[in-house]
Design a protein around this ligand. Structure first.
Ligand code: LMR
Length: 393
């Protein structure tokens, strides 16, 4: 049977990490996969996570099953983190999932159960895994205009006029903040306009919130989502603790369901639990147990917020210094990097230029032109600037 299979297409991001690991050059630079690195090139375990882990080791008495929804303390903590002080808070339920990819898939499966004719609208471009996940759930996928490849910002007019065509069989997927792969975010006014369109035309918003706290601040990054949740009957949210808690390999995320009322939300949760049972049964506990501990302990929450702010500030500093260095070398082609939010920037480099960066300079970026600014070290900025100038001249 296996002999009849055609070979799998490698994932453009995960496969890049394998090529990078095999590269023997000492000056190699990984700006591919979306992980935060410090100035030593390491992805540290955050201090609050280490402290929570020590406590968990001392207090945990069993490894018995938790339940289909995972930790309800974690689920409530995610609802509090994303939707505190909104009218949606009391009509939202959560399901712990294996990362945000797990949440995306469970929510997509739920959409298919509710309406097999659903079309999910994705930003053009979007996170590479959005389309595969939606299609694997049997949903149709369509792209709406988003990134202006000339200005390197959101093309708001084109986006809103396309979304004005979305109707009641449609779901519009939005990036909560720190758009992956472009770094170009919609404004609060755009969130308001999209909310008005959803209410007028009946499409369901589906927000992927994977980088909360990496853009401007926890509060500012979550403001658009909060506005929408406050002013809409139903919506879905996939959220991740991979980046803002540094829990990548622990696969810690949640699917949140905002209902018109709590009993509708609970009904939807019940259907997700059935879908999860038929898939992975229940999520891994460790990461969620740590996050639940941190977010229910004010001292640990403060430690976490402080480190998250430091990481966010460092990314902003890297963006600014890269642009300053390029400008000092006479290159003003990449000034937009200082305006982008979060880990990523879409550079506009062609696949050929990205290959030159890899072959000639040992710099790894995703083939579509995305670079992970959060993977950069201070002492690499000058070298990166020279390489960018070399491949664009
Ligand atoms: C990325 O976009 O690099 C990350 O979100 C990792 C992933 O899951 O693809």
């Amino acid at each position: 049977m296996f002999t009849q299979l055609s070979a799998a297409q490698p994932d453009p991001i995960l496969s890049l990490s394998l090529i990078y690991n095999a590269d023997q050059r000492e000056n190699k630079m990984d700006l591919g996969i979306g992980v935060y690195r410090n100035n030593h090139g390491q992805t540290p375990i955050m201090t609050a996570i280490s402290q929570a882990e020590t406590r968990l080791l001392q207090t945990q008495t069993t490894k018995s099953y938790v339940g289909l929804a995972g930790s309800e303390v974690f689920n409530q903590a995610m609802i509090d983190l994303l939707l505190a002080n909104t009218s949606a808070h009391s009509r939202t339920v959560g399901v712990q999932t294996p990362g945000a990819s797990g949440a995306l898939r469970m929510l997509a499966d739920l959409l298919h159960v509710a309406n097999a004719n659903t079309t999910v609208w994705l930003t053009d471009p979007s996170y590479v895994n959005h389309k595969p996940v939606m299609e694997a759930a049997g949903l149709k996928v369509k792209f709406y205009p988003y990134f202006d490849r000339v200005t390197k910002q959101v093309n708001t007019d084109a986006m809103l006029s396309a979304l004005a065509q979305a109707g009641s069989n449609d779901v519009v997927l939005l990036h909560g903040c720190c758009h992956n792969p472009t770094g170009a975010d919609i404004s609060l006014e755009d969130w308001q306009a999209i909310t008005a369109l959803a209410n007028k035309n009946g499409f369901m918003p589906f927000v992927d919130m994977a980088y909360l706290g990496f853009g401007d601040s926890l509060e500012q990054d979550g403001a658009g989502l909060k506005f929408m949740a406050d002013n809409i009957e139903e919506m879905m949210i996939a959220t991740s603790c991979s980046k803002n808690f540094g829990l990548y390999r622990e696969r810690t995320g949640a699917a949140l369901l905002v209902g018109g009322n709590i009993s509708d939300a609970q009904k939807a949760k019940g259907r997700i639990l059935t879908l999860a049972r038929a898939s992975y049964t229940m999520p891994p506990d460790h990461g969620a147990a740590l996050v639940a501990d941190i977010l229910t302990d004010s001292a640990l929450t403060a430690v976490w917020k402080q480190e998250l702010t430091m990481m966010q500030q460092r990314i902003i500093g890297l963006r600014q210094r890269l642009v300053q260095t390029l400008t000092a070398k006479g290159c003003d082609q990449f000034t937009f990097i200082a305006d982008h939010k979060g880990m990523f920037s879409m550079t506009g480099l062609s696949p050929e230029q990205i290959m030159r960066l890899r072959d000639e300079f040992a710099i790894y970026a995703v083939g579509d032109g995305r670079v992970n600014i959060a993977g950069l070290q201070e002492q690499q900025i000058d070298y990166l600037a020279d390489a960018l100038i070399a491949v664009t001249q």
